[in-house]
Ligand binder design. Structure first.
Ligand code: OAD
Length: 236
């Protein structure tokens, strides 16, 4: 079967990814069957009030996730995204994922809208760290001894203005946006593909299911991340 798109026809490709991108790696998605928020109440584990109430409990949840994700490997989809860098002048990944799998697959430019499971920070002083221990045993700031917190955008948190601006700049300048594995229900991330649409980019959605944003896309492939990328571009 001939590919739906010739990737070499494009100058700047943005891959806009969500939890479905990492599903084939064994990382659970958030919603749908087996979704994290079906089993864990975000009000207990993934918001600032929960952290202030019970920092140890919140860290137990994030350490469980660090251990789980630490055992997972990038999948063919992540590798495909990285390989595109050999074919297109500019490739940018804008991801809602906190698992670090795009970076582990070798992608050069990754904007993590929702932060990273592997970073922590202290909001009492300005300490920041990237640590890959799974679990992370030292959860206190080495400078001021307050509890560090995961550097993740929890429910109710603002996204980093710098990260949003970098992502918007890529979206304004791309000629192809490929959205992969997001339910498109979490804002402001969900509406970012509009920016690329308004700039005249071609939009492709890869997701086994319809999403509330499907109508915005020029092409929808109802399949998994790695199969969708293969179908879209052919072998790379
Ligand atoms: P969701 O769990 O909401 O949605 C995952 C999407 O992936 C669904 O639309 C599935 O149909 C699709 N999917 C499942 N398996 C797939 C596969 N193998 N290939 C392709 N797609 C597949 O995840 P997100 O949209 O990423 O926020 O969720 C957005 C945010 O909500 C997350 O970043 C997280 C969560 O609360 C934070 O952690 C801050």
């Amino acid at each position: 079967m001939s590919p739906a798109i010739q990737i070499r026809d494009f100058h700047h490709v943005v891959f806009f990814t969500g939890a479905g991108m990492s599903a084939e790696s064994g990382v659970p998605t958030y919603r749908g069957k087996g979704g994290i928020w079906k089993h864990y109440d975000y009000e207990r584990y993934a918001c600032q009030p929960a952290f202030e109430r019970d920092p140890v409990g919140v860290w137990e949840f994030h350490n469980y996730r660090r251990e789980l994700v630490g055992r997972c490997q990038p999948n063919d989809g992540h590798r495909f995204v990285t390989a595109c860098e050999q074919l297109v002048p500019h490739v940018t990944v804008v991801t809602q994922n906190i698992d670090g799998l795009h970076e582990r697959a070798g992608s050069s430019t990754v904007h993590e809208l929702h932060g990273s499971l592997w970073r922590s920070r202290c909001d009492t002083c300005s300490f920041r760290a990237t640590e890959f221990d799974a679990p992370l045993t030292e959860i206190h700031c080495p400078n001021c001894r307050a509890f560090k917190r995961p550097d993740i955008v929890w429910f109710g948190d603002m996204l980093s203005a710098d990260v949003i601006e970098s992502a918007m700049s890529a979206l304004r300048n791309c000629d192809l946006l490929v959205s992969i594995g997001t339910s498109a229900v979490v804002y402001p991330a969900a509406e970012l593909p509009f920016v690329a649409k308004q700039s005249g980019a071609h939009l492709v959605e890869i997701n086994p299911d319809d999403t509330p944003m499907s109508h915005v896309y020029d092409t929808c492939l109802r399949t998994t991340a790695s199969d969708g990328l293969r179908e879209l571009f052919g072998p790379i």
